[in-house]
Write a protein that binds this ligand. Sequence first.
Ligand code: NI
Length: 198
Amino acid sequence: MGNPALQKIAKPVVDPTTPEITTLAQDMRDTLEDIGASGLAAPQIMVNLRVVVYRMISARIPRGSGLTPVPWTVMVNPKITPQTEVKTEIWERCLSIPGLHGKVPRWPEISIQYQTLKGDSISQNAHSSWAALLQHECDHLDGILYPARMTDLSLLSYNDEPGPLAYDIANNKKIDPLFIDLVDNWPARNHWFPDSKE
Ligand code: NI
């Protein structure tokens, strides 16, 4: 966060079928697999192009969300269209903001249009945390990091002090398991939630 590469409007890809774009997408996927994350936008590896790579593994799907895993997907020149009027808040982290998490307003239903590495045009709908992930990644292409989307900065916390998240989880189980783990592993949890067992 703060690097000018993360604050630019990324350039559209003229031809998604070139070997350069295929290599870029493979580099991004390798990076994601290496760190075990879900999504990456090209500006995060200092490439100023509108390319996003993501996946959704079952271990990151909130219980009761109705989502199913999404295999590795490369999106070239993605464009999001909201399908609702009202945003809902969802917990997020970002590889470009290590050590922090925050609760971010996102549209719960979107459609997204993008090109594949073969040049095909895809249009699909996404909801809940899948939709939020796509909004997060596409924001990177416009130089926007999640804190800039937050309306309540008291919900921005260090990963090892997840107080607001813990209060939220106490009332709402429909949360990405990664965040539930943050609270489960919170050293001070028993101090603030003496009744919590598991
Ligand atoms: Ni990010």
